[in-house]
Design a protein around this ligand. Sequence first.
Ligand code: SAH
Length: 386
Amino acid sequence: MAEVASDPTPLIRSGNGSGGGGSKSARPPLSDSLHVNSGDGAFSYTRNSYYQKLGADAVKGRIKGVITMKLDVEKLSSRSNIIRMADFGCAVGPNTFDTMQDILHFIKQKYSLQCPESDKTVEFLVFFNDQRSNDFNTLFTSLPRDTPYFAAGVPGSFHRRCFPESSIHFAHCSYALHWLSGVPEELLDRNSSAWNKGRIHYTNAPDEVVRAYAARFAKDMSDFLSARATEIVHGGMMVLIVPGIPNGMSYSQLATSAMYKHMASSFLDMAREGLVSEEEVDSFNLPIYTPSPEEMEAAVEKNGQFGIEILELTSNPDALADGRVDMEAWVSHVRAANEGMFVKHFGDDVIDEMFDRVTKKLFMFSEQVNSAYKDLTQLLVVLIRK
Ligand code: SAH
């Protein structure tokens, strides 16, 4: 029953690039040119995304529960018999297919509970959204054959409108909202107190740098929520799974902080050896931010169009085999998701070298990483459109 739309823009719409409440800047945002590693090679996202899958599995029961208790499927399907779902930042699978199928199943179960006597068939249309540079070919060639839904791709940044007004019943976004729409500009300004010399992230950085990142996240989240508030029908649901940090915890205590710290020191070592220039290192910053529940709640409250059903930190216990992080697998996961950000800036010649060095350094700090990994560092947010 699955059907892949040959036209990747399935709906007549004002366009993600210019219309629909988007940014006024003519320059395409950084996010338009970034994507996870495509294809199915050794460092592809397809083969290196099972940590994200384990994270999503850890909250599956919570999602099933909230759909059963709070989603009024009878009402949502009363007008047209069609439920429209969207996965924002779907990448290349297989995670997106598993998640969409699970959610569809929960929604169907809820419909049978609400309307046990009904003989009407509810049909599902699932939209897979990601940036336009995402490898949609790999995504759709690996789409399972017998999916119980119709499928279509929707390219474009989720920080802007992707769908017509009131057209989506269920929105999902996992491990994608921590990608910022760009690097805060002040980090590159030598005259600013937020100039981020010698670092590639806000790990171990002065407060000004952390604040610049936090402000960018708040703006991105505000854009994301206002676009979704327009697209999601009243009573529709949105599930967000984001890497998170407990309120008040210092970023340097997170496992990913060790990763970014050692990436920076590897690049600086390479600069001393003449493999990259110091200027290149100083002008590179990862557009990635890990929000706290407090920041997420503030963003939702400020938007005002969604009610919060769940907003909690969870752990990802199954990511630790025998209580330890598999360091090489972890580095490959980060590489599969973020390599493009490095290649765009440094070119692809030095990337193998940098990741080799990072892996070696991380082995020396494995105790720190193992213990940091046990923290509650996954944020689950479930919202209902008012
Ligand atoms: N949801 C999948 C993929 C996560 S990888 C999973 O859980 O496994 C993060 C994805 O988010 C990448 O494919 C990236 O291209 C996408 N992404 C990041 N910023 C985006 C944006 N502004 N608009 C659309 N997709 C975005």
